[in-house]
Unconditional design. Structure first.
Length: 235
């Protein structure tokens, strides 16, 4: 079995999303994604503002939670599926696993937010403004507690994989040497997606520590939502 199969499966799930052929839903999804980004920026403002955290914060917000960015990336990666063997030869297996984890996270974030967008369209006009209370009720109605906690578990795993990269000079060297081959075989999209994550964590003493700080606070918020806290996003 190709190590690229998992990535293809994730893209299949992404391609099956209803928002791709429903412009009203697509716009509501974009609204939900924008709210999510603003909420995360507010929740983690002090943490994200630390100079050594800025690159990783941007990677989280623009790559792992960015529907528009991922739509472009998924289209590019799709073109590589017939060259799976080349991708596996060029990109070290450990680095490719990190890319898999990042793509899985991005897909899951979009899937969960699309479910919320569908609920919102049933409950409100398509242009109804989003606020914390509207989103709190949507979170509850969609009952995503388990899925959101799983999302945080996946993030923790990604943090561990990134830390392995930092501690291994061999992996770092092999990945850097693969850049020329990635350009030659025109598989830059997946290489760049992984490379951006690696570069974002270079200023950090520990990617695992950064991610766990983020996920711990997110878990508190998720629990607050589903235990009836009236203002869970302000914790």
């Amino acid at each position: 079995m190709s190590k690229f199969n998992f990535l293809q499966q994730q893209l299949d799930l992404y391609d099956a999303l209803e928002s791709h052929h429903n412009p009203v839903l697509a716009q509501r999804l974009a609204d939900v994604q924008a709210w999510q980004k603003q909420r995360m920026q507010k929740t983690h403002a002090e943490f994200f503002a630390q100079p050594q955290h800025e690159l990783m914060a941007a990677y989280f917000l623009n790559r792992l939670y960015g529907a528009e960015d991922f739509d472009i990336l998924s289209t590019q990666i799709r073109r590589l599926t017939h060259n799976a063997g080349i991708v596996e030869k060029v990109i070290p297996a450990s680095a490719l696993q990190t890319g898999d984890a990042g793509v899985e996270l991005a897909c899951l974030a979009i899937q969960l937010d699309e479910d919320i967008a569908k609920y919102l369209l049933v409950q409100h006009p398509a242009d109804y403004p989003l606020n914390d209370e509207v989103m709190r009720l949507a979170y509850l109605a969609c009952d995503q507690a388990t899925a959101r906690q799983h999302q945080m578990d996946l993030l923790d795993i990604l943090g561990e994989k990134l830390d392995l990269y930092v501690r291994s000079r061999m992996i770092k060297m092999a990945f850097k040497l693969a850049k020329g081959a990635a350009q030659r075989y025109r598989i830059e999209p997946i290489y760049d997606f992984i490379d951006e994550g690696f570069k974002a964590m270079e200023p950090l003493s520990s990617a695992k520590s950064f991610v766990s700080t983020f996920t711990n606070k997110e878990r508190q918020m998720i629990e607050a939502v589903h235990t009836g806290h009236p203002r869970p996003f302000e914790l």
